[in-house]
Design a binder for this molecule. Structure first.
Ligand SMILES: *[C@@H]1O[C@H](CO)[C@@H](O)[C@H](O)[C@H]1NC(C)=O
Ligand SMILES: *[C@@H]1O[C@H](CO)[C@@H](O)[C@H](O)[C@H]1NC(C)=O
Ligand SMILES: *[C@@H]1O[C@H](CO)[C@@H](O)[C@H](O)[C@H]1NC(C)=O
Ligand SMILES: *[C@@H]1O[C@H](CO)[C@@H](O)[C@H](O)[C@H]1NC(C)=O
Ligand SMILES: *[C@@H]1O[C@H](CO)[C@@H](O)[C@H](O)[C@H]1NC(C)=O
Length: 413
């Protein structure tokens, strides 16, 4: 024995004694997912090849737990079968003989048993024997505690509140989850449409980071974007959902309703209105979105390049009327009515306009005669053309009217 030990030291000069022994671990380690309250056995069966009892005794097995604070230093939780002070009672070593089928090999079983798993048991455990080591990532999923949606003015947790913006205003929009292990995954939607990839900034920090490797840490993760308010997002519900892998049905979310004040925008306007000259109550409808509600809806008519009438909301003047109807949400249908469509309306500029406290917009259009094929240039009305309405009306009773609309911003209105 003495000779052997001595020889080993000689042979191994420049090396640590342990590296001269042929030690293997009969387990591979890896990820283990367990729920709180369960029991886990992290196996570490050591094979000492051609070793004496003294060799084995001189090369104890050590279990360590990765400490978050001292990463990558390890906190020793066991040397041989002796637990260090401070190691919780529900962690124990199952130490004993391990019968191996490999000839001339002694086996020692050195399992780490953790019963009644708690959140603080989550982490990376290493079994070391000589210079061989295996690692287990023990994952004990824990649910997210809270989700906070923050527009840099108001923050919401669960109840639906309103985030107030004006069009073009830019502020950080931020969703943060508190707690949850492994790190919560955040998903951000606007009216159900996934916008997570636009939440470009990602942060993670410890809300609680205890000294002890046996107490649970608490992590916050956050996704943020410098959000620029757009009219089209008005009244949308923004929702941030946090989920944790390994814990189905434990999602938490916070949501808020966007209220964005914006000047009118035209959507979904019909491009053509067909009518015959002489028709009464020819209606042109256009959908507008704006918030707040329109303060003025008006129709500008022009004859001979001169403005002849600006008809306000629910006023009727000469041959025209303008009004609007409230739809769902921030949508309004603006209705412009030719009380009697005359051919003098052809070829001249009209503007359908709407204003709210944020601004005004007009839809500009020029009624034109349909292309009948046999056309003369006289059919394409120009601004300078004059005609007697009634005469023209009787001359061209069957013309359908084609309106082409050009969207323009009437800042001077
Ligand atoms: C086991 O050890 C003995 C004594 O050291 C030796 O004679 C024998 O060859 C070894 N067997 C194997 C399979 O290594
Ligand atoms: C739990 O352990 C896993 C694997 O070791 C690790 O990725 C995760 O960050 C741990 N969670 C906490 C809250 O420490
Ligand atoms: C939410 O806002 C309130 C004040 O409105 C503030 O006291 C609180 O700290 C905020 N919470 C978070 C998580 O930002
Ligand atoms: C997101 O909000 C949290 C608090 O709610 C704050 O600590 C964090 O710095 C914010 N992140 C960004 C990018 O605004
Ligand atoms: C356009 O009008 C149609 C029919 O009224 C409606 O179904 C559709 O939602 C509208 N589109 C927009 C963008 O408002």
């Amino acid at each position: 024995m003495k000779t052997f030990n001595f020889a080993a030291v000689i042979v191994c000069i420049g090396w640590s004694v342990v590296s001269c022994l042929d030690i293997q671990i009969d387990n591979a380690g890896g990820d283990m997912v367990k729920q709180t309250g369960q029991t886990v056995e992290l196996m570490c069966n050591i094979l000492y090849i051609d070793a004496s009892t003294a060799d084995i005794a001189g090369n104890p097995v050590t279990w360590e737990k990765l400490s978050r604070r001292d990463n990558p230093l390890y906190t020793i939780i066991s040397t041989g079968s002796n637990k260090r002070g401070g190691v919780p009672d529900h962690i124990s070593i199952d130490f004993g003989d391990y019968s191996t089928s490999v000839p001339n090999t002694s086996g020692i079983k050195n399992s780490l048993k953790i019963s009644g798993l708690e959140a603080g048991d989550n982490g990376t455990y290493a079994c070391l024997a000589g210079d061989v080591k295996i690692e287990y990532n023990l994952i004990i999923p824990s649910p997210v505690e809270a989700v906070v949606l923050d527009d840099s003015k108001t923050n919401v947790t669960t109840q639906l509140q309103t985030f107030e913006y004006t069009e073009g205003e830019t502020r950080p929009l931020n969703c943060t989850s508190h707690g949850g292990s492994p790190d919560a995954k955040l998903k951000v939607t606007f009216d159900g449409v996934d916008k997570t990839s636009e939440m470009v900034s990602y942060q993670k920090w410890y809300l609680e980071n205890p000294e002890s490797a046996f107490e649970a840490a608490k992590v916050a993760v956050s996704r943020a974007v410098n959000y620029e308010a757009k009219g089209e997002d008005n009244l949308k519900i923004i929702r941030c959902t946090a989920s944790v892998d390994g814990l189905p049905n434990s999602n938490k979310f916070a949501e808020a309703k966007m209220h964005i004040q914006f000047s009118p925008m035209f959507v979904n306007c019909s491009e053509k209105v067909a009518a015959n000259i002489g028709d009464e109550n020819v209606i042109y409808e256009c959908e507008t979105r704006c918030d707040p509600a329109p303060t003025k809806v008006f129709f500008i008519t022009q004859t001979n390049a001169e403005m002849i009438a600006e008809i306000d909301h629910e006023n009727t003047e000469e041959n025209f009327a303008a009004t609007y109807i409230k739809n769902e949400g921030d949508s309004y249908t603006i209705r412009f009515t030719f009380l009697e469509l005359t051919d003098a309306d052809l070829g001249y500029l009209f503007q359908a306009c709407v204003r709210n406290t944020r601004g005004a917009k007009c839809m500009e259009f020029t009624p034109t005669k349909p292309d009948t094929g046999s056309s003369s240039s006289g059919n394409s009305n120009s601004v300078g053309e004059t005609s007697d309405r009634n005469a023209a009306s009787s001359m061209y009773p069957m013309y359908a009217i084609l309106y082409t609309f050009v969207l323009l911003v009437a800042t001077s209105l």
